[in-house]
Write a protein that binds this ligand. Structure first.
Ligand SMILES: [Mn+2]
Length: 374
């Protein structure tokens, strides 16, 4: 029989502590070969070192013990696949936490700027349209614009799609009239999205397929800032200083491949699975929308749209129209006209909104005095 190692010697050889070894014994993760009946001392066989080292490495990766047990009991190729899957999950979660951290930094940095906000009175001018296009016989897209809320939603084709996109935006409409302090904007939006998801769950339960799915991209106006909520492949763009910025990230399968560097943006645009959604409102709870705050400047122009516009009218053409003359309605009509000129193969939902300086008594006084205010 091979010489057994004491728990201390085995712990040193494996890079684990005796305390950890006792825990792994209790959890059934790594049983000692022998236990002294009188003293209770544990003894390990040197052949157990491989398993012990694997456990130590997996602990360093941060893998939970239950998952480590699963990996240890698998044959090597399956264990490798399990570790790869775990790591992919960690990366996704870390990216989500990174976004949250960025958001919190922005959020808390922007909080103290009420003096500046009071000096500049801003408002929005807006227009919204939703069309079925030239090919589809039904319209599952919804577009809405009001004094505080701008929103588009693209319901996935099927029995519940149109109801789902309407319900998603309806759930946000109470925010039009609710007095929400600027610092609570995002919380209010997140809550409303939870409401939207619950409503969609009811719609799904009432449809024969049992499914109702929609995207949602919405902006809530606070008078100085815009809170953005986004899930799916509807988009929000900002035109500022003559430049077009897409301020949402598509939650699609192909965008995921682009992010991983496995596909170029051009390849993604013509990919057969380009409309496959990675995230959406499905009524199953736990929806994970992106939330962010955007400071408003007079002269900013926002576009919210479904893929019925963005997939057929290239960014250069969008900017040409958005940077052109005319108010929101005129620009919106021109954008929709370009989608039709491109064949309008899908439903089109579109909102255009301009951030404008409001004429206030204070601003008018300053104007008379010849001062320039910003
Ligand atoms: Mn669509």
């Amino acid at each position: 029989m091979r010489q057994l190692l004491t728990i201390g010697a085995f712990a040193r050889a494996a890079g684990l502590s005796p305390k950890a070894l006792r825990l792994y014994d209790e959890l059934g993760l790594l049983r000692p070969t022998a236990v002294d009946g009188e003293s209770g001392y544990r003894f390990y066989d040197p052949t157990q070192l491989e398993r012990a080292r694997l456990i130590a490495w997996l602990r360093r990766l941060g893998m939970p013990l239950a998952r480590i047990r699963r990996v240890c009991d698998l044959p090597a190729p399956a264990a490798a696949a399990e570790i790869a899957g775990y790591w992919e999950q960690v990366l996704v979660e870390t990216a989500a936490r990174g976004q949250l951290a960025t958001f919190l930094v922005d959020y808390l940095s922007g909080r103290g700027s009420t003096v500046e906000e009071a000096a500049t009175m801003l408002g929005i001018r807006y227009a919204a349209r939703s069309e079925s296009g030239l090919v589809r016989t039904s319209n599952e897209d919804t577009a809405y614009a009001g004094p505080r809320l701008l929103a588009v939603a693209d319901g996935v084709r099927g029995s519940g799609g149109d109801l789902a996109s309407t319900a998603a935006i309806d759930a946000l409409k109470p925010l039009e009239t609710l007095a929400v302090p600027a610092e609570d904007l995002l919380g209010a939006l997140a809550e409303a999205v939870g409401e939207a998801d619950r409503a969609i769950g009811e719609i799904a339960a009432a449809t024969p397929s049992g499914e109702a799915v929609t995207t949602l991209t919405a902006l809530l106006w606070s008078g100085s800032r815009l809170a953005l909520v986004h899930i799916g492949d509807t988009r929000a763009y900002l035109v500022r200083d003559g430049e077009l910025f897409q301020i949402t990230h598509d939650h699609t399968y192909v965008q995921g491949l682009v992010d991983e560097g496995r596909l170029t943006a051009e390849e993604a645009a013509s990919h057969p699975q380009r409309s496959l959604l990675a995230r959406a409102l499905t009524g199953t709870g736990g929806a994970q929308p992106d939330l962010s705050l955007h400071g408003a400047l007079a002269g900013d122009r926002y576009l919210l749209c479904s893929d019925g516009l963005s997939a057929v009218v290239p960014a250069g053409s969008l900017l040409e129209v958005l940077a052109g003359p005319g108010g929101p309605q005129q620009v919106l009509d021109e954008l929709v006209a370009r989608a039709y000129a491109a064949g309008a193969p899908d439903n089109i939902a579109c909102v255009v909104a301009d951030v404008v300086r409001l004429e206030t008594p204070a601003a008018a006084d300053a104007g008379r005095g010849g001062g320039t205010r910003r």
